[in-house]
Design a protein around this ligand. Structure first.
Ligand SMILES: [Zn+2]
Length: 197
């Protein structure tokens, strides 16, 4: 199982046989810093073109501010009080849930970026399921539907395996914090290991 947390950035977790895989230096699962565009926009990590520059809540805000400056998202701009600089991903999410076509178009663009990263992960891990958490999960199906639609044909082996189920985390945006808490408890003296499933 892979967990992908779409928030301000993108975090992740790799769960193998019910246990969180942490890596040699406990740094595994930094999915957000997969480079998806060589020479892409700079990332705070020092690289360029990291996935989280394209597929996080911050990236959605950036896409929406561009559209707002160009007069392409009147409803989203209205929710932000008329100031393009004040537009955030949350305004887009709220407008998309209300059925605003411009916000839905932004969600479809974001969904494609999310799907590209998930396809890379599916090619590497061949997981049973990909669980999506983080703040963007509040968007629900207006994000998940374009992610699933874009995923079609992106991952290898479509003829020999079904499309991996991509599901919203049942704990919603709190799932990463709950997972971190469980890990801390598991790491405490007397605990019996880092099981997070
Ligand atoms: Zn990065």
């Amino acid at each position: 199982m892979l967990m992908v947390s779409l928030g301000t950035g993108i975090g992740g977790g790799i769960v193998i046989d019910g246990r969180l895989y942490e890596g040699t230096h406990r740094m595994a699962g930094e999915f957000g810093h997969m480079v998806v565009e060589v020479d892409g926009p700079p990332c705070p990590c020092g690289n360029r073109g990291c996935w989280e520059r394209f597929a996080s809540g911050s990236a959605l805000g950036e896409l929406a501010r561009q559209d707002a400056r160009n007069g392409l998202t009147p409803r989203v701009l209205e929710l932000a009080g008329g100031d393009p600089v004040a537009v955030t991903g949350e305004h887009v999410t709220a407008a998309a849930i209300d059925g605003d076509p411009d916000a839905l178009r932004l969600m479809a663009r974001l969904g494609r970026f999310v799907a590209i990263g998930i396809a890379n992960l599916v090619n590497i891990f061949d997981p049973q399921v990909v669980v999506v958490g983080g703040g963007l999960v509040k968007a629900g199906e207006v994000l998940m539907a374009p992610v699933r639609a874009s995923l079609d044909g992106l991952a290898m082996g479509a003829r020999v395996r079904p499309q991996v189920p991509v599901l919203p985390a049942s704990l919603g945006e709190r799932s990463a914090a709950v997972g971190a808490g469980l890990m801390a408890m598991a790491a405490a003296p007397g605990a019996d290991g880092g099981v997070v499933s």
